[in-house]
Ligand binder design. Structure first.
Ligand code: ADP
Ligand code: MG
Length: 266
């Protein structure tokens, strides 16, 4: 990965994610029950926990895709979903403004969600050209260098269906990076892949972490969490039950629910 500090953005605040008592309900079901969570610039945080514990919902909140029902969430120095007016009054954002806030946040999903009718290069330059109004030539040049950094130099004219799942996921990462995000969110990026394709994707994420990108990664890859994350947080039933250095949380968990979960996945 050859991403530079410049790619990542020079104005990243020190506290990139700051969640205080974050609550979210769907109908009568509360899926986030008061989450406190902090990620500093350049840190890699891994979120682990059983299916249905609220990991994806929490990531979606960070990416301005969900409105909170309680608490407060600041991402990249802005309150998710609101604008702070003079005197500290909060005003709800329109969808258009929310999507503008989302531009600095890259997201990679389990399903790669590439546009099937577009080439790899077109997939990568789509948002920079149409959302950020970058010149096509500049966006294409950036796309080529990103493709090289994810190990896919020369694949710009291929279509997604001609690539393996692991290659498609690396294109999806390059596509997210093309917007020069200051924060990258990954939601189980390797869960849909055949086992032999997982390693290349994790390798790209490892290099991205080493380049200084701030990352929140929902994953079941405990080896990755242990090796790459600055801290790992365990979620269960909408609560963040335990967090700390991965060597502590994954090896010597303090909460019985963490220990129980780990005994089933390791
Ligand atoms: P995880 O990613 O940890 O598996 P999710 O955040 O996807 O968990 O889901 C947490 C809970 O919220 C689950 O019980 C799920 O069924 C519920 N849920 C998620 N999204 C929605 C939605 N759009 N509408 C209703 N319930 C939802
Ligand atoms: Mg999920």
């Amino acid at each position: 990965m050859t991403a530079t500090r410049q790619d990542i953005g020079s104005t990243t605040p020190d506290l990139v994610v700051e969640a205080r008592g974050v609550r979210k309900s769907y109908g009568r079901i509360e899926v986030l029950k008061g989450i406190d969570f902090e990620v500093r610039s350049g840190q890699v945080a891994c979120l682990i926990g059983p299916s249905g514990s609220g990991k994806s919902t929490f990531l979606r909140c960070m990416n301005h895709l969900e409105k909170l029902d309680g608490g407060r969430l600041d991402v990249l120095g802005r309150i998710v979903g609101y604008r702070e007016k003079e005197g500290g009054r909060l005003q709800e954002l329109h969808d258009r403004d929310a999507s503008r806030q989302r531009q600095d946040i890259g997201m990679v999903f389990q399903q790669f969600n590439l546009f099937p009718h577009m080439s790899v290069l077109e997939n990568i330059i789509e948002a920079p050209v149409h959302v950020k109004r970058e010149a096509r030539s500049e966006a294409s040049e950036h796309a080529r260098s990103l493709l090289q950094s994810v190990g896919l130099a020369g694949k710009e004219d291929a279509y997604p269906s001609q690539l393996s799942g692991g290659q498609q996921q690396r294109v999806a990462i390059a596509r997210a990076l093309a917007m020069r995000p200051q924060l990258m969110l990954f939601d189980e990026p390797t869960s849909a892949l055949d086992p032999e394709l997982v390693g290349d994707v994790l390798e790209v994420m490892r290099s991205l972490a080493a380049s200084g990108m701030t990352m929140v990664v929902v994953t079941h890859e405990m080896g990755f969490a242990r090796e790459v994350s600055d801290f790992t947080a365990f979620m269960d039933h909408g609560l963040l039950l335990e967090q700390g250095p991965p060597d502590q949380v994954l090896v010597n968990p303090q909460h019985p629910r963490t220990a129980d979960f780990l005994s089933r996945v390791l």
